[in-house]
Design a protein around this ligand. Structure first.
Ligand code: ASP
Length: 347
């Protein structure tokens, strides 16, 4: 890690932490972090992403304004992100090495540390709804594989043909990832052109496209939700950090709500989301310091790339990442939503 990104990130963090009033209901969302390809970015492509994020933030803002719970708001926001093909969750999920989709999701309510999670879903249209159903209608916390789809179906959640999740762009990403893994060498320009299959502002071949939401509601409760297709070309059966409570998702009314995105394995080994909460609870660190330590020190030391979004019990918002960019935004009730992709852009 060089000192430069840390400095840039501190500036971004302090802006996000102080630019708006605290304690009012607020929602933050992300659509994944990754590598920037400026040469491939068109204003139209950037606008597609920022418009999608802004629309979801505005809908969440309305919910918070009318008094919906943080849990309702994060689940709705993540469901909308799952429905959007631009992001790697629900429809538009990446492919496994076997050419299939395996979807993971987690939901946590900071009120009572209630949680529900699912991994390896193959037919449930909205994994985040399955995670919520586990939270609300099961004595257990996590279901995996076909039994998880069955649980969701029995809860009345929509099932879709497996192929429904795929898109031509994701298939092309799988083919490229497999060609690269097999040692096929592409020249720099050729590689960039193929990887960035949909001219997205972030290089889709190196983007960790998990989606997530965190919120603080009028009653002072926090909630977090995270959903993903995982990583392109992942081995079938592999589960990442997303559905693991404390790794890719965590909420505790006493401290913070967090949703992560990035290379899952280091996030799992660091218990990244819970580590931020722990640094706040036991070391007394403010959110910005705790989050920056995990994202800029702990994770890079383990080879972890990515970022997280967080809302503290105080209402402070913080969205650090150690990659070139992260699709992200937040909205407080009564204020214009703020959306950004790259490091130097605010929030
Ligand atoms: N963290 C996710 C995983 O490892 C991937 C992502 O964030 O895009 O499955």
């Amino acid at each position: 890690m060089t000192s430069e990104p840390t400095l840039q990130m501190s500036e971004t963090l302090s802006h996000e932490a102080t630019a708006t009033a605290r304690g009012r209901p607020v929602l933050a969302i992300h659509g994944g972090a990754g590598t920037l390809l400026r040469s491939a970015m068109s204003p139209e492509a950037a606008a597609q992403y920022t418009n999608a994020l802004e629309g979801i933030l505005r809908a969440g803002q309305l919910q918070l304004q009318r008094g919906d719970s943080a849990l309702d708001v994060v689940v709705q926001a993540v469901r909308a992100l799952e429905e959007c093909e631009l992001f790697n969750a629900g429809r538009g999920a990446v492919y496994t090495a076997a050419g299939t989709h395996e979807l993971d999701a987690c939901v946590m309510a900071g009120d009572g540390l209630r949680a529900g999670a699912v991994a390896g879903l193959r037919t449930t249209r909205n994994p985040v709804l399955a995670a919520r159903a586990v939270l609300e209608h099961s004595e257990h916390v996590m279901f995996v594989g076909p039994a998880a789809d069955l649980f969701a179906a029995r809860q009345g959640l929509e099932q879709v043909p497996h192929g429904w999740f795929g898109t031509p762009q994701r298939l092309q990403q799988l083919r490229l990832a497999q060609a690269l893994a097999a040692g096929v060498v592409l020249d720099h320009d050729g590689q960039a052109a193929v990887i960035n299959t949909d001219n997205a502002p972030l290089d889709e071949g190196q983007k960790f496209g998990t989606v997530g939401a965190v919120a603080l509601d009028d009653a002072g409760h926090l909630a977090a939700a995270t959903s993903t297709g995982g990583m392109t070309n992942k081995q079938a059966g592999r589960v990442g950090d997303t559905p693991l409570i404390g790794a890719g998702c965590y909420a505790n009314d006493a401290t913070v709500a967090i949703s992560c995105t990035g290379t899952g394995e280091p996030f799992m080994r660091a218990l990244a989301a819970h580590d931020v909460s722990t640094l706040m609870a036991y070391a007394g660190l403010p959110l910005a310091e705790a989050a920056e330590r995990v994202v800029m020190q702990t994770l890079p030391a383990l080879g972890g790339q990515g970022g997280l979004i967080a809302i503290a019990a105080s209402g402070e918002v913080c969205m650090p990442f150690n990659t070139e960019g992260m699709y992200r935004g937040f909205a407080r009730v009564g204020e214009a939503p703020v959306v950004a992709i790259y490091k130097e852009a605010q929030p």
